[in-house]
Design a protein around this ligand. Structure first.
Ligand code: ADP
Ligand code: NA
Length: 327
């Protein structure tokens, strides 16, 4: 199994990103051969400033390394492996306008202003197809919103194989991992924990120090009821349910086993236990992150080494695609 996954370069990472995405990538390293790339070429289709792009790429890479991505996986940034863009151009000859016009993400993101949208926003899914096909990926982790793009990558691969009478690209399958928990705001159990929430108390940032983590959890919104003995009984208590979900995800436990342990106790007892756990897990990640960010050039060098490993895998596929089309 070869898994390829693109990661948005974003700053201000928080506990929701860590439990809902980063931990899943770390775990994937044991399940297959993994290539993780920071999607800096994709970022150009939005409105990101050059400084923000450069900084967020290094920060995201450092966060992944601090969280446990290591040499079992290949970590690099897309722009440093030119085969992505080169194969994308070849596949632009295979993909059809009608296919791309049907992409709901294009329709959503361009909205009413199609004439003003970047061309890159339209062909984004072709670059995504190239991202995975260039490695002959067998599996691609996809969320609900990316299923249509994976279908498109399969359609492009199949049409290319047929048109040029080659068996070059395997059709990538969705990689289904253990369902990622959805972490809610600490101030409002009906809103997702997000970097765009104006209240800093709503989230735990991966850069927060131990005291800040404890303070935010102490101030987290809850209710006066003790914990029940069944996790399902928390259905109507979103804030309480969220704190239990966080406890379970941080300790790789089942939420029910957490509820069983704390049944009958109130949040006066649960919150300090949660704070201790969060600090024990996030403290070392933050310390490794700070060490890595103290030498950003070294992080860049790690990405460059990853790009070399990735290029070695991508080049033969690119050459074969060029040969198939007569280049
Ligand atoms: P944000 O919502 O803070 O802007 P992003 O949209 O950049 O975060 O998400 C980056 C990754 O983190 C995605 O894979 C997304 O599914 C995951 N993620 C973001 N917020 C949460 C959350 N509250 N709970 C679980 N996963 C999350
Ligand atoms: Na978002």
């Amino acid at each position: 199994m070869r898994v390829v996954s693109g990661i948005q370069t974003t700053g201000n990472l928080h506990l929701g990103n860590y439990l809902g995405a980063i931990k899943q990538w770390v775990a994937m390293q044991d399940q297959g051969e993994c290539l993780f790339f920071l999607a800096d070429l994709h970022a150009l289709t939005g409105n990101i400033s050059p400084r923000e792009l450069a900084n967020s790429t290094i920060e995201m890479a450092a966060t992944l390394l601090a969280s446990g991505i290591d040499d079992r996986a290949i970590l690099f940034n897309q722009a440093r492996v030119p085969a992505h863009a080169e194969l994308c151009w070849i596949l632009n000859g295979t993909a059809r306008m009608g296919w791309l016009n049907r992409m709901t993400q294009w329709k959503d993101k361009a909205g009413k202003n199609r004439e003003g949208a970047s061309v890159g926003l339209f062909t984004y899914p072709v670059l995504q197809a190239a991202d995975v096909l260039v490695y002959k990926a067998t599996h691609v982790p996809v969320g609900e919103d990316q299923k249509q793009h994976l279908e498109l990558a399969r359609d492009i691969a199949a049409k290319f194989n047929t048109d040029f009478e080659v068996e070059l690209f395997p059709l990538p399958e969705p990689f289904i991992s253990k369902a990622a928990p959805r972490i809610m705001s600490l101030r409002d159990g009906s809103a997702k924990m997000s970097k765009s929430d104006p209240s800093d108390l709503s989230r735990i940032n991966l850069s927060d120090d131990d005291d800040m983590i404890a303070q935010k959890l102490r101030k987290a919104k809850t209710d006066p009821e003790p914990l029940p003995d069944s996790f399902d009984a928390l259905a109507e208590r979103p804030e309480a349910k969220n704190l239990v979900t966080i406890f379970a995800a941080l300790s790789d436990r089942d939420p029910q086993s957490v509820v069983t342990e704390f049944a009958g106790q109130g949040f006066g007892a649960f919150k300090p236990a949660l704070a201790d756990l969060a600090i024990a897990v996030l403290g070392p990640v933050r310390e490794r992150l700070n060490q890595l960010l103290a030498d950003r050039e070294a992080v860049g060098q790690q990405l460059a080494r990853g790009a070399e490993r990735a290029s070695a895998l991508a080049e033969p596929t690119l050459k074969a695609a060029q040969k198939a089309v007569g280049l």
